[in-house]
Design a protein around this ligand. Structure first.
Ligand SMILES: [Zn+2]
Length: 68
């Protein structure tokens, strides 16, 4: 069983404050409620963090007018 601790992050796409979850392996998963972008980052060592960012399907750019 994996343990996920809440962690405050900022969205890499729109900059909104989001809550992500970090596990013991140093993997952080964040999903932005504002723009829908999700990111998975991993601490490779203390000074090196690798981050992958995923835009939601059908939305490659941030669109402020989209209220759906
Ligand atoms: Zn966002």
């Amino acid at each position: 069983m994996q343990e996920w601790k809440p962690i405050i992050r900022h969205c890499r796409n729109c900059g909104a404050k989001t809550v992500g979850f970090k596990n013991k392996q140093g993997v952080v998963k964040v999903e932005c409620p504002k723009c829908g972008v999700s990111s998975i980052s991993r601490m490779l060592d203390r000074r090196h963090e690798r981050c992958d960012t995923y835009a939601p399907l059908g939305m490659e750019n941030l669109d402020e007018d989209d209220d759906n």
